[in-house]
Write a protein that binds this ligand. Structure first.
Ligand code: ZN
Length: 164
């Protein structure tokens, strides 16, 4: 496995709509494994293709005991109920801001065995998926903040390894 370069928000790849991945093969499995290693090293809890310079719809997420490596994830349902919480991003180092997100989501994706999966997530895991899937569409958390809401240089959370 290898640690990949994490691209920052000034890189054009972070602003492009990523292309679907046609199928999972050994190259995609290696990429996902490298992304997981890169995410853990950072450390973070999620990483999307554009963040390592690949305009491909692939994400990795690790939260609590759950680990996901997925291609072509699509949110198929979002709860009307939302929650506001502070986010950071591995591509926007040292800046944090409050973002309103759906409290629960359901998504479909393809896993590393080429199986179609349906995932239901809530709270922080739902937030991570929404943040990562936004990356695949060239959207950063700062785009989702309320107009005029402040970016902070120090996280309000004691737990600082939440960058996604
Ligand atoms: Zn991010």
């Amino acid at each position: 496995m290898a640690i990949l370069k994490i691209y920052e928000s000034t890189s054009p790849v972070l602003r492009h709509k990523a292309k679907p991945v046609r199928k999972v093969d050994d190259a995609i499995r290696k990429l996902a494994a490298d992304m997981l290693e890169t995410m853990r090293e950072a450390p973070g809890v999620g990483l999307a293709g554009p963040q390592i310079g690949r305009a491909a719809r692939i994400i990795v997420v690790e939260y609590d005991d759950d680990e996901f490596s997925l291609i072509n994830p699509t949110i198929t349902w979002s709860s009307k109920e939302t929650a506001m919480a502070e986010e950071g991003c591995l591509s926007i180092p040292t800046l944090y801001g409050d973002v309103e997100r759906a409290l629960e989501v359901r998504l479909t994706a393809t896993d590393m065995r080429n199986k179609r999966v349906v995932i239901e997530a809530d709270d922080w895991l739902a937030r991570i998926f929404q943040h990562e899937i936004d990356h695949l569409d060239g959207i950063l958390f700062t785009d989702r903040m309320a107009p005029g809401a402040p970016l902070r240089t120090v996280s309000a959370n004691a737990d600082s390894d939440e960058e996604i």
